[in-house]
Ligand binder design. Structure first.
Ligand code: F6R
Length: 612
C-alpha cells in the first residue's frame, strides 16, 4: 500500500519527509519520491527500489531551506515499479504535483479526454490523471480545482496536492483510503498512517471519506469535498508506541491483515464490475474474444494457499462456464507428462509472483503453446512479466507470512474471472451476471460487519482448543478447499498438526482418528450439500469428536449437535468460501497467539518461496 507524508511548517522539510517515509516502510513499497518548493520551483526526486535510493538521489539537498513538501512510497498497482511511475506526479507545467494512494477506476476514460485536450503524460499510472485533471480546472485557487477534479473521479483515494504558486499550502483529500493529519503549534502534517507522524507529534485528526483539508503551516481547514461545507473535527492524542502504530493498534500484522480483508476485496473488485449492468471488465487478461471462445480446458497452477484458491475456482468455472478445469500443485504439474497445448489456458495463482515452482510450471506450459494468465498481488513480479495477461489482486502488501487477505483477494479475482469467461462465452445470462457481481460486493460488507463479533466469539472458545495436539477441518463442495486452507493456517502458525478433508471422505479412513480428544471444525452453511454435510457431522458426533461448527444464522439444528457453534449471515451460496475463511483464519490466529507463537513469522517459513 502506498504511503503519503506531507509537511508545512518551520522545519526544513526534506528530513521530515524522509523520516516520515521511513516510518511507513513497513507498509511495503517498491519506489519512493518527494517534492519541495525552492526558488519558485517544485524540486522533485524519485527513485525505484528502497528509500536509500531516494536518499542518494536527494543527496546534499537534504538540508535545503524549504519548509513545505510531499513524500510518497509507492506500491505499484498501475504500471511497473519504475522511477517514471514513482510519485509525485506532475501536470504539464511541472508546477503542480500529486501523491496518491488508492485506485482511480475511471482513469482510462479521463486520460483519453485529457490526451484529446493536449495534455502529455509521462507515466503509466492512474495517479498522473489526477495531476492533469486538477491542472485543467486550476485558476487561482488550488482547493477549488481539487474539488472540481474530484467531482469527476470514481474510485478510492488519499491524496496530497502541492502547487508552486501557493508554496506554503498543501491540499489533501480522502475517499476510501486512509489519511490522517498531524497538528503542532506551527506545523501541519498529513500521512497515510500514524507511524509517520509519531516522531513529530501525537496530536492527530483522522480524516473521513469525502473530506478535504487545506494545510498551511500551523493552520488548517477541513471541508466536505463535494459542497465545501466546513467540518469541525476532534483532535486526538495518540499514545501508541511505534511498533503498535505500524500494526494499526493490532497485536500482529496477520490480525491487521485479516481485518483489512473487506477493503482488499473491494479494491480487487474496483473498476471491474459495472454495477448497473453487471458487466465485467478485465482488459488486462490479454486474451482476444476468439481465444476465449477457443479454450478447451483450463489448467490452474499454484502452491499452498494459492492452490486452495485454485481449488475453489474449479467449482466456479466448471459450474458457470462449463470448461473443464485441472488444478495442480505447481511442484507436481512441472514433473508429470503435461497434456497442455494452444487450446489449454494455463492460469497461475501466486500472491508473490515469484514462487519458483509456479514460475517453472507456467514456463513449461508456455513452451507447449499454452497462453498464460497470472493472478498476482505484486505488480512487475516475474510471473506478471512472463504471462500473456495478468489479473492483479489489489490486496496491498501482506506482511504476515501466513496468507490471509491475499487469499480472499485471489478468490475475488477468480470469481470475477469466472463471471468474465461466462460473459464472453455467453454461458451466464445478463441478469445472473448482475446478481453474482453484486453478491460479491455484498460479501465484503458482510465480512466487515462480522469480523469483530467472530473474533470475540473465537476468543471465547480457544481455551478449550488451544492445547490440542491435532485438529481436523472438514467441508464439502466449495467449502472443502476452505477446510484445507483452515488446516494449513492452523498448522503453519500454531504448529498443531491439522488436516483438512472433504467431509464425505471421512468414512474412507480419517474417521478412525475421531475420539473425544479430536477437535473438528466443520463448515456447514445452508447450501446445496447441507444435508450431506450434516450427516457427516452426525458421524463425528457419534464417535465423540469435539465439534466446532460454523453455520448459517437461524440454523438451530447445529446447536443440538454441539455447544460450540459460530453463526454467519447468509450470503450468496457461491460466495460462502470468502465468508467461511474468516472463522478459520481467526481460530488459527487466536490459538497461535494463545500458544505464544511468532504469528507473523512462523518457524521455517518464508513469504516468498523462490527455491524449489
Ligand atoms: C500460506 C502461504 C503459502 C503460499 C505459497 C505460495 O499461508 O502463504 O502457502 O500461499 O507459498 O505463495 P505464492 O502465492 O506467493 O505463490
Amino acid at each position: 500500500m502506498c504511503g503519503i507524508v506531507g509537511y508545512t511548517g518551520n522545519r526544513r522539510v526534506v528530513p521530515v519527509l524522509l523520516e516520515g517515509l521511513r516510518r511507513l516502510e513497513y507498509r511495503g513499497y517498491d519506489s519512493a519520491g518527494l517534492v519541495y518548493e525552492y526558488d519558485n520551483q517544485l524540486v522533485k526526486f524519485r527513485a525505484a527500489g528502497k528509500l536509500i535510493n531516494l536518499e542518494q538521489a536527494v543527496d546534499e539537498n537534504i538540508g535545503v531551506a524549504s519548509h513545505t513538501g510531499l513524500g510518497h512510497t509507492r506500491w505499484a498497482t498501475h504500471g511497473a515499479p519504475t522511477r517514471d511511475n514513482a510519485h509525485p506526479h506532475s501536470d504539464c507545467t511541472g508546477e503542480l504535483v500529486v501523491v496518491h494512494n488508492g485506485i482511480i477506476e475511471n482513469y482510462g476514460r479521463l486520460k483519453e479526454e485529457l490526451l484529446a485536450e493536449g495534455h502529455t503524460f509521462s507515466s503509466e499510472t492512474d495517479t498522473e490523471v489526477l495531476a492533469h485533471l486538477i491542472e485543467k480546472y486550476l485558476d487561482d485557487d488550488l482547493a477549488t480545482a481539487v474539488r472540481q477534479a474530484l467531482a469527476r473521479v470514481e474510485g478510492s483515494y488519499a491524496l496530497g496536492v502541492f502547487w508552486v504558486k501557493e508554496p506554503h499550502k498543501l491540499v489533501a483529500a480522502r475517499n476510501q483510503s486512509p489519511l490522517v493529519m498531524g497538528v503542532d503549534d506551527d506545523a501541519c502534517y498529513i500521512a497515510s498512517d500514524i507511524p509517520a507522524l509519531l516522531p513529530f507529534t501525537r496530536q492527530v485528526i483522522f480524516l473521513d471519506d469525502n473530506e478535504l483539508v487545506v494545510l498551511e503551516q500551523g493552520t488548517y481547514s477541513i471541508t466536505n469535498v463535494a459542497d465545501g461545507r466546513e467540518i469541525k473535527k476532534e483532535i486526538r492524542t495518540i499514545d501508541w508506541n511505534p511498533a503498535m502504530a505500524e500494526k494499526g493498534g493490532f497485536k500482529h500484522f496477520m490480525l491487521k491483515e485479516i481485518f483489512e480483508q473487506p477493503q482488499a476485496i473491494l479494491n480487487t473488485i474496483s473498476g471491474r464490475i459495472v454495477p448497473d449492468t453487471g458487466e465485467i471488465d478485465l482488459p488486462e487478461i490479454g486474451l482476444s474474444n476468439d481465444e476465449i471462445r477457443d479454450i478447451e480446458r483450463i489448467a490452474l497452477v499454484a502452491c499452498g494457499t494459492s492452490w486452495h484458491a485454485a481449488l475453489v475456482a474449479k467449482y466456479w468455472i466448471e459450474k458457470w462456464v462449463g470448461i473443464p478445469v485441472d488444478v495442480d500443485i505447481a511442484s507436481e504439474f512441472r514433473y508429470r507428462r503435461l497434456l497442455v497445448s494452444e487450446r489449454v489456458l494455463t492460469i497461475s495463482i501466486s500472491q508473490s509472483g515469484e514462487t519458483a515452482d509456479t514460475l517453472a510450471g507456467i514456463r513449461l506450459a508456455a513452451s507447449l503453446g499454452s497462453k498464460i494468465v497470472t493472478i498476482c498481488n505484486v505488480v512487475g513480479s516475474t510471473m506478471t512479466r512472463e504471462a500473456d495477461g495478468v489479473i492483479y489482486t489489489h490486496a496491498g502488501p501482506e506482511i504476515g507470512v501466513a496468507s490471509t487477505k491475499a487469499f480472499t483477494s485471489q478468490l475475488t479475482a477468480l470469481f470475477m474471472l469466472t463471471l468474465y469467461l461466462g460473459q464472453e462465452r455467453q454461458t451466464i445470462e445478463q441478469e445472473t451476471l448482475k446478481e453474482l457481481g453484486s453478491a460479491l460486493v455484498d460479501v465484503a460488507a458482510v465480512i466487515d460487519t462480522i469480523l469483530p463479533r467472530v473474533q470475540q466469539q473465537v476468543q471465547g472458545l480457544i481455551e478449550r482448543y488451544y492445547d490440542s495436539r491435532d485438529f481436523l477441518f472438514v467441508g464439502r463442495g466449495l467449502n472443502f478447499p476452505i477446510a484445507l486452507e483452515g488446516a494449513l493456517k492452523l498448522k503453519e502458525i500454531s504448529y498443531i498438526h491439522a488436516e483438512g478433508y472433504a467431509a464425505g471422505e471421512l468414512k474412507h479412513g480419517p474417521i478412525a482418528l475421531i475420539d473425544k480428544d479430536m477437535p473438528v471444525m466443520a463448515l456447514v452453511p445452508k447450501d446445496a450439500v447441507y444435508q450431506k454435510t450434516v450427516s457427516n457431522v452426525e458421524e463425528i458426533k457419534a464417535r465423540q469428536g469435539r465439534l466446532l461448527l460454523i453455520g448459517t444464522e437461524g440454523d438451530s439444528h447445529l446447536a443440538t449437535l454441539t455447544d460450540d457453534v459460530l453463526y454467519l449471515p447468509e450470503v450468496h451460496e457461491e460466495l460462502n468460501p470468502l465468508l467461511y475463511t474468516i472463522p478459520a483464519q481467526l481460530l488459527s490466529y487466536e490459538i497461535a497467539n494463545r500458544r505464544g507463537c511468532d504469528v507473523d513469522q512462523p518457524r521455517n517459513l518464508a513469504k516468498s518461496v523462490t527455491v524449489e
